[in-house]
Write a protein that binds this ligand. Structure first.
Ligand SMILES: [Zn+2]
Ligand SMILES: [Zn+2]
Length: 361
């Protein structure tokens, strides 16, 4: 495979302003892999960091966002023998720094040297260049080979799956026979439904506001889908559980109402998992939380190498991420891709950008 000296890339040039430019193709270091990006999904984190730069984000005019991508190995560094040129790969976002206390024990998504590139920290698409480009450099530890039959669009969502699996691992994950309430019918909620069923949950409730996406949730395994515009989440769960509550609540909506409900609906000693990163302050009933001896878990990113587990589930055909990919756009139409994601146009769940394609749907 010949790698061109320059490539097309979406560069963040100012707040909420992205420009597709011709830039120098990056070169892999000794432990790196150069990936020819085939698919890069739009995420709400992209929207957030494009509006207000995150800590450690490179300056306007030099930063290429995009952290959920897949592609083909185009070149490898001189120490890399884990993958070869031509291999199909998915990635994880966080490399970490390898030297802080958290990274040393494997908590690399919560690196204490976040954004400090001179200490080696990397989180592609957040503090180092990402995948809204024709090529990107990844450290070999953030690269996972994928089987031929897994489509690149589906593989670009491995970070989402890794994040959900990390969440389940964090709270204990033993949910055979449990009732699980998932709040939010976005990508993380829809993946949570599948993982909960896969792990043996008795009943999975999915709460949301979009009828079409709730229906997708049903086809992916939700036992009950509930429109929260017609039902109060807490009242519904209490009615269903004789006033006791569910064993597990998973908050994946980021909404204030969702956060409030997530604390209320677990039974005493129940667990709450927060997925994604909600913005701003929310009124949460800590009295209810403490009186019920409930536990609250948070996760950031796709930690503890859960992307490897995610790729395994795709290989085994135990989860379906392709149902979440509703739109694709070529890189030249990245603005349309973002608008479709932000305004949730035409039932958008995940919108994928294709850096090497001229047209998209
Ligand atoms: Zn993301
Ligand atoms: Zn670190």
């Amino acid at each position: 495979m010949t790698v061109p000296k320059t490539m097309a890339a979406a560069v963040l040039v100012g707040p909420e302003t992205i420009e597709v430019r011709e830039v120098k193709t990056p070169a892999p270091g000794p432990e790196d892999v150069l990936i020819r990006v085939e698919s890069c999904a739009v995420c709400s984190s992209d929207v957030s960091l494009m509006k207000n730069p995150w800590p450690g984000q490179p300056p306007y005019g030099s930063f290429i966002p995009g952290h959920e991508y897949s592609g083909e190995v185009a070149a490898v560094g001189k120490t890399v023998d884990e993958v070869s040129i031509g291999d199909r790969v998915a990635v994880e976002v966080h490399f970490g720094c390898t030297r802080c206390d958290n990274c040393r024990v494997g908590h690399y998504t919560a690196c204490l040297n976040w954004g400090d590139e001179k200490k080696g920290h990397r989180a592609n698409g957040m503090t180092t260049n990402g995948g809204f480009a024709q090529y990107v450099v990844n450290h070999i530890s953030t690269v996972h080979r994928i089987p031929d039959r897994v489509h690149y669009d589906e593989a670009s969502l491995v970070t989402n799956l890794g994040c959900v699996l990390y969440g389940f691992e964090t709270f204990g994950g033993y949910i055979i026979g449990d009732r699980v309430a998932v709040i939010g019918e976005g990508p993380l909620g829809l993946i949570s439904v599948q993982v909960a069923k896969l792990l043996g949950a008795e009943t999975v409730y999915l709460f949301g506001i979009d009828e079409k996406k709730l229906q997708v949730g049903k086809t992916l395994g939700a036992d009950r889908i509930v429109d929260v515009r017609q039902n109060d989440t807490a009242e519904y769960i209490m009615r269903e559980t004789n006033g006791r509550g569910v064993e597990i609540a998973i908050e994946a909506s980021g909404s204030k109402a969702g956060l409030r409900a997530a604390v209320t609906i677990p039974r005493w000693m129940g667990k709450i998992l927060l997925l994604g990163i909600p913005e701003g302050l929310a009124d949460v009933d800590f009295h209810n939380l403490a009186r019920g001896n409930k536990s609250l878990y948070t996760v950031r990113g796709e930690g503890w190498t859960n992307c490897r587990r995610g790729v395994s589930l795709l290989r085994q055909k135990r989860v379906d991420l392709s149902a979440l990919v509703t739109h694709t756009f070529p890189l030249s139409r990245i603005d349309d891709a973002f608008r479709t994601h932000i305004e949730k146009l035409d039932g958008a769940i995940k919108v994928v950008v294709k850096p090497h394609e001229k047209t998209g749907v």
